[in-house]
Write a protein that binds this ligand. Sequence first.
Ligand SMILES: Cc1ncc(COP(=O)(O)O)c(C=O)c1O
Length: 441
Amino acid sequence: MTCRDRFVEGPDEGIAAAVVAGLANEVLDWRHKAIPARFHGVSAGQFAAAGVPLAELQTPLLTLDAGALAHNAALMADWCAHWGVGLAPHGKTTMAPALWQWQLDAGAWGITLANAAQLRVGRHFGVRNLMLANCLTDPEAITWVAGEVAAGARIVSWVDSLAAVERLQRVLDQTGAGPLPVLVELGGSGGRTGARGHDAAVQVALAVAQAPRLALGGVSGYEGALAHTRSAADLARVRRYLADFVRLHRALADHGLYECDEVIVTAGGSAYFDDVVESLAPLASQGVRVLLRSGAYLIHDDGFYRGISPFGRNDPDAASAFRAAMHGWARVVSRTESGLAIIDGGRRDFPFDEGLPVPQGAARELGLPLQPLAGATVTALNDQHAFVRHDPDADVRPGDVLRLGLSHPCTAFDKWALIPVLDQSADPTRAVVVDTVRTFF
Ligand SMILES: Cc1ncc(COP(=O)(O)O)c(C=O)c1O
């Protein structure tokens, strides 16, 4: 049996460019935070073409940097090409089809997603190759995916237990659909999903091989669930896991369990992709499709990923480093206590689960040159406010605007339906909107 045509290249485009382009027709209105009322009634495309200066947007605000996006996309694409590995970026980071298109145009194989609702977004925008980095257990989702595959979609999902395999097979039996390509997910002790250990994973693979409505297409895993720092202990855990991962792939290949012409092995978020490539790249020269799933790399950040990314620890201005492509902007609404400014952005606007926003400078108005704000630290976030402690002598006034470095793109994008993209390459103080990015969470 072959399932090659279910998830490999074809003559069609990686994403339906016309559907993505249609997003420019969306009319801006009261639904869009940070877009002033005078632009309501204008389409997103007209707004992007008008060269609106940063100064004309409203706080709270999240902006993207066009130059940093292009830089990060190209850096990762070049690096993957150098190592001969593919990329199926995790699309849940941005849930922004225009950015997925950017990644696909840069050579990505397809888009990874986390659940059926996200897959529906992918299908709506005509993403050619989709990976569901999870087990399908919801019967509605199983039936829907089977229907999409029967209609020509290429969707590969993961399984990590005998019970999940049995359930998938049972639901597919009811619909008569299949075979669906699946990858066996290897987990690690203390991690998240994934079969615990080599023997358990082999048992899952054997069950898939015996399930007529499933086809074993490879091995999957996520080392990012096992570690959170670059300490020696965390790196050792990641490397042990990757060695187990390769051993599992070899065992399944040796047992002749793969049922698809093309075998996929996939691991790799944005924190340890150097180690992942070191372990998995040799498989690429043996005819296996190696796919990283890094998602956060495209946006990068000024916090967690800056500290942990293989391309984040050196000088952030270096050509070989990712650049933070997102920034928050918020305005002082209250300054009634010495050394404390309350700004108009909070948990609804900015991420806070991997570190609080960091003030990068302040100005009397949006778009004016940023000045350092002495001693400024965000100490707490409420839903609509942030607490900024600063040097009591600093001249901070209501209306002042702060630019914020942010940490963790995955929990920044979900707070914004429409994000202005700035070109600030010529002069940051003359930043203008050159595009907008629409998200679908
Ligand atoms: C299964 C899986 N793969 C890949 C990724 C992407 O990792 P990162 O967000 O570090 O790019 C994630 C992120 O949570 C994930 O859960």
